[in-house]
Design a protein around this ligand. Structure first.
Ligand code: ATP
Ligand code: MG
Length: 392
């Protein structure tokens, strides 16, 4: 049915001198996304536009879905391509297009032709008027509306004639690889995969770290995190995931520190370890799924205490979101069903009945001095024994 897709991109088109960097990054991400599916696709960059030409055996839905995962794409327009010929052929092709795409059409419309081949004998405005008249003659129930048409027929006249009228919304954002990398603290919950998605959507390449606590957390809990990383990687590209064994650190904190401070102190060690992996991977920040007030460890006081150990910026894209809003995004990106599978993560195992909700940094720091004997060694071991996998 279609021969090509015209890819519309918004924001990246207005980056001045850097524009070509963004366009190249977008073309690259489109190629990577299409590598995963069957078909011979050629991605072409041409004067502020990107085309994906499709050949061989390819599936329309699969292709649109793959393109729908590429950040930076604002619209995906399926294009029908006709060979150029004389003016009468152009009219016939226009009507053929409507018969195929909008059979029995009664909508209001506008024709917008762009004459890229300047040798074509007529000017764009003239083409618009002539094709409009031809459409009205063939479809008496259609009406011209130049301001808010229900259907806009776009024509590009180049070595061939490109016609399109549909725009399938893309995810927006900026192409991956245009904004550095960040380390995502990825748990098996609902929030952190969404947080990773949101930061990646701004063009950031994502690395991830997961803290597990066997035997308190199961192999299935870990598998769930790998599965979540895999779903997110459909948008972000391959994710380097560090799996850290956190059990001994957690038990040690449990033994040495007040139980109501356990979660906060644990979170501080997670951040420290995440930061050391971030330094190794060349990440420019940490990302978490925290949101103000969602749980005891996410009050303003708790966030202050957690944040105090970090030297890298910590990005919390969900900070002002209600749970419902986060759930909505997680459904949209496809992580929700996996996130709600009922395997414990290491935060939920040791939680106190009454965790502090207004921790005081000085007091937390004093409690941590009880760890001084072994903690450095335990952190070192945790970092050295971590397993790194690439999830795609
Ligand atoms: P999530 O739904 O993302 O698990 P949550 O509401 O359960 O979040 P917490 O358990 O307090 O909240 O975790 C806050 C943030 O800390 C998470 O969003 C995540 O970024 C990070 N985090 C928590 N547990 C882990 C873990 N086991 N491994 C890696 N990161 C974690
Ligand atoms: Mg959690």
């Amino acid at each position: 049915m279609y021969d090509s897709f015209l890819i519309k991109y918004g924001e990246i088109g207005i980056k001045g001198d850097n524009r070509h960097i963004f366009e190249d990054a977008l073309a690259k991400q489109i190629r990577l996304a299409l590598e995963k599916i069957e078909g011979d696709f050629t991605v072409r960059k041409e004067r502020g536009r990107i085309y994906v030409n499709c050949a061989g055996t390819w599936d329309y839905d699969e292709t649109v879905t793959a393109l729908g995962h590429v950040f930076g794409i604002v619209g995906i327009c399926p294009v029908v391509i006709y060979d150029t010929g004389d003016y009468e052929k152009l009219e016939k092709d226009m009507l053929d297009y409507i018969a195929r795409e909008h059979p029995g059409c009664k909508a209001t419309f506008k024709v917008k032709a762009r004459r890229i081949d300047k040798n074509f004998p007529k000017q764009s405005m003239e083409i618009d008027a002539d094709l409009g008249a031809a459409i009205l003659a063939a479809y008496p129930e259609m009406k011209v509306d130049v301001h808010t048409p229900e259907i806009l027929f776009d024509l590009e006249i180049r070595d061939q004639v490109y016609i399109y009228s549909k725009i399938i919304p893309g995810p927006g954002g900026m192409p991956i690889g245009t904004n550095g990398r960040a380390m995502l603290l990825l748990s098996g919950g609902i929030d952190s995969p969404v947080a990773g998605y949101m930061v990646a959507k701004r063009g950031v390449t994502i690395d991830a770290v997961y803290f597990h606590a066997p035997p308190y957390t199961s192999e299935r809990a870990k598998q769930k995190v790998v599965d979540l990383a895999k779903i997110v990687s459909a948008y972000t590209g391959p994710i380097r995931l560090h799996v850290v064994n956190f059990t001994d650190i957690q038990l040690y904190i449990y033994d040495q520190c007040p139980h109501e401070e356990l979660t906060i102190i644990m979170r501080r060690y997670m951040m420290r370890i995440a930061e050391s992996f971030a330094q190794e991977d060349g990440d420019l920040g940490l990302v978490t799924g925290e949101s103000i007030g969602q749980v005891a460890s996410q009050t303003m006081q708790s966030l202050l205490c957690t944040n105090a150990v970090c030297t890298l910026p910590v990005y919390r894209p969900l900070i002002g979101f209600d749970k419902n809003d986060i759930v909505e995004i997680s459904r949209k990106i496809g992580t929700y069903e996996t996130s709600i599978l009922p395997f414990e993560d290491c935060c939920t195992i040791f939680v106190a009945k009454h965790p502090v909700t207004k921790p005081i940094l000085k007091i937390i720091e004093r409690s941590e001095t009880h760890l001084k004997e072994n903690i450095e060694e335990l952190v070192k071991t945790a970092c050295e024994t971590a397993k790194t996998l690439t999830v795609r």
